[in-house]
Design a protein around this ligand. Structure first.
Ligand code: HEC
Length: 316
């Protein structure tokens, strides 16, 4: 006769499962700091939202009562079965019940059959004296398999139907967090037109700037800055060129403060759509496509020049 799983094991396990289930379906606006810290903080935020809900405690209370009833019933069944055992089996059962739950679990994980049991499971064919045992799968292997099945179902459900651990929403939350952090950093470090540095010779910065360009600028300036609603940024013609001496600062200025005579080119910095740091990067990118890469002309499908030819900013 099998030993019962003690109540102090299955009750907490069920409670944890209930709380996890609620955690998965409770939408929470978390500050998604990437990395391990963020993960722990998120979990704590999620859990604290969950335990503030009355329904969670109601479900836990009902589950607890049901589990206690089940436990009591199991006790009765156990007592009944015990009565039907032979004296020897009773002794054995009492002996076994002295072993702690975890010890029993540990030894059952790799349990081997006795010589007599082996007789029973030997398969009735052989070749050259080699015989085969119809061994059961090891308990640890089966447990791992069942765990995998449960994990998989939980994962698919939470992926498909909830926001919990959803990669896209996690990614968006993390990007929003990083933007906010950049913004604070830039404010604290006072990255301004005067403080900004042209980093167009740093490929990593140019690449990051390119990403910012894709997200904020391509709808008007098109891929690679070849020009659409907004002018071609790769050629030597500029509509705005009088307010700054250096090309880089001019680009930074226009992205930060907008074009003075055309509200379509809006003030990304003033409106806090981009941090000073992000503008530094995107300006480095624009500088790069203008000064380092080949200018795109109408022959390349780019927009026609707009504004004046600015000699001092011509590509060297
Ligand atoms: C809604 C459309 C739109 C978006 C989005 C936009 N721009 Fe512009 N941009 C324009 C227009 C229109 C002009 C021309 C302004 C003028 O006539 O003075 C312009 C001008 C510029 C200029 C100056 C060009 C010149 O010849 O004087 C730069 C540099 C520039 N944009 C960079 C950017 C960057 C970098 C971004 C993304 C952060 C961006 N723009 C986003 C429409 C846009």
């Amino acid at each position: 006769m099998r030993q019962r799983t003690p109540a102090y094991i299955f009750i907490p396990l069920t409670m944890i499962a209930v709380i996890l289930a609620f955690t998965m379906v409770t939408p929470v606006d978390v500050v998604a700091e990437p990395g391990f810290n963020g993960m722990v903080n998120n979990l704590i935020t999620h859990l604290s939202h969950v335990i503030q809900q009355g329904i969670v405690w109601a479900v836990i209370a009902i589950a607890l009562v049901m589990l206690l009833i089940i436990n009591a019933l199991n006790r009765v069944v156990e007592a009944q079965k015990f009565k039907q055992l032979s004296e020897e089996e009773k002794q054995q059962y009492l002996e076994d019940s002295k072993i702690g739950f975890f010890n029993r679990l540990f030894s059952s994980a790799s349990k081997k059959q006795t010589a007599e049991e082996e007789e029973a499971i030997i398969i009735d064919h052989g070749f050259d004296g080699i015989k085969e045992l119809d061994n059961a799968l090891p308990q640890w292997w089966l447990s791992l398999f069942y765990f995998g099945v449960v994990f998989c179902i939980t994962y698919v459900l939470s992926y498909a139907f909830t926001d919990f651990a959803h990669p896209v929403s996690e990614f968006e939350a993390e990007m929003a967090y990083l933007d906010e952090r950049d913004m604070k950093w830039a404010e604290a470090n006072d990255i301004t037109i005067e403080g900004a540095v042209n980093k167009s010779n740093d490929p990593a910065i140019v690449e990051e700037g390119g990403k910012i360009f894709k997200q904020n600028c391509v709808q008007c300036h098109l891929e690679g800055g070849r020009g659409g609603i907004g002018p071609n940024l790769t050629d030597d013609y500029w509509i705005n060129h009088e307010q700054n001496d250096s090309l880089f600062l001019n680009i930074y200025d226009i992205v930060y403060n907008g074009a003075p005579h055309n509200p379509q080119m809006r003030p990304f910095g003033q409106r806090k759509e981009l941090s000073g740091l992000a503008i530094e990067k995107v300006a480095s990118y624009v500088y790069h496509i203008n000064q380092v890469e080949k200018s795109l002309t109408e022959a390349d499908g780019a927009a026609a020049p707009q504004g004046d030819l600015v000699e001092k900013w011509k590509q060297k």
